[in-house]
Design a protein around this ligand. Structure first.
Ligand SMILES: Nc1ncnc2c1ncn2[C@@H]1O[C@H](COP(=O)(O)OP(=O)(O)OP(=O)(O)O)[C@@H](O)[C@H]1O
Ligand SMILES: [Mg+2]
Length: 267
């Protein structure tokens, strides 16, 4: 059965998509059957995996998460492969900007927040890990992302206001656990866009005082290669695999999978 991991933070621009794309890639490179689900109408994760979000018909499959959520296609029909022969273990369930138009249609449906959870059951046996990239802000799509997940990772930009928002986020997860069929566990907080300034070190220290072991040991450094990888429409491993940011994501993925294995063993 696939373990489903959501990258969640209702704050925008904190590295959710970068973390979802690159950890899914390293997970797949390690030989795990991996699916990346793009639940964001912005389609950034899909774009970063070379999916043409401006013209869905230009892709191998023009069906996306839109058809899946509307029950017009199965996940099997809508998923596609990341466009490189080397990595057959990575599949993508893309999004596109039609998603914005369907949110009102979905809002009328009974069980509207559990649609993704139900739909992924169809492929749970075909994958080892399913990564979900959630949009910022609370919406039907972010709630579907959370309620489909077994594990939550919070990509976190270490700023003073962000620390204040964290408590609110954790309180919300308690509500989510009650509503979910699978009761997602908070796997940890991933520090993104880290730079060695005194201010940032102080913020991380005060974060560690409160959240301690929740914080992943590996932090992702601030680096221009990340933006370049979005321009290249390829994950960091392919765009600049030897860069510190790429290697940080590789190490983070190992840590992430180890944490999951510990949970699964009940340690
Ligand atoms: N470690 C990093 N170093 C430099 N730039 C980064 C890093 N991580 C992410 N970025 C850049 O910061 C921007 C936001 O990152 P990303 O899209 O991953 O965040 P997000 O949380 O998914 O945003 P949104 O809330 O809009 O979905 C992007 O332009 C991305 O290329
Ligand atoms: Mg994003």
């Amino acid at each position: 059965m696939a373990k489903r991991i959501v990258m969640y933070n209702h704050k925008g621009g904190v590295g959710k998509t970068t973390s979802a794309v690159n950890s899914a890639t390293y997970c797949a490179l390690a030989g795990n059957r991996t699916l990346l689900v793009d639940m964001d109408p912005q389609g950034n994760a899909s774009g970063n995996l070379s999916y043409n979000i401006y013209d869905v018909n230009a892709n191998k499959t023009s069906k996306t998460i839109v058809e899946v959520l509307l029950n017009k296609a199965s996940v099997r029909e809508a998923r596609t492969m990341f466009d490189t022969k080397e990595l057959e273990t990575l599949h993508l369930l893309a999004s596109d900007n039609r998603m914005n138009e369907i949110s009102t249609t979905l809002s009328d449906k009974l069980g509207r927040e559990l649609i993704l959870h139900q739909k992924l059951k169809e492929v749970d046996k075909e994958y080892d890990y399913i990564f979900i990239d959630s949009p910022p802000q609370k919406s039907i799509f972010s709630m579907n992302s959370l309620l489909a997940a077994n594990y939550i990772v919070i990509p976190f930009f270490p700023g003073q206001y962000e620390i204040m928002g964290l408590k609110q986020l954790l309180d919300m997860f308690d509500e989510v656990k009650k509503a979910s069929e699978v009761h997602p566990k908070l796997l940890g907080i991933l520090i993104t866009m880290y730079s060695k300034t005194k201010a940032m070190r102080n913020i991380i220290k005060s974060l560690a005082d409160v959240y301690d072991e929740l914080i992943f040991e590996k932090a992702i450094p601030l680096s221009t290669v990340v933006k370049q990888s979005t321009v290249d429409a390829r994950p960091l491993y392919y765009s600049n695999g030897k860069s510190p940011a790429a290697l940080a994501y590789k190490d983070f993925t190992i840590e992430l999978l180890e944490r999951i294995k510990k949970y699964e063993k009940g340690v």
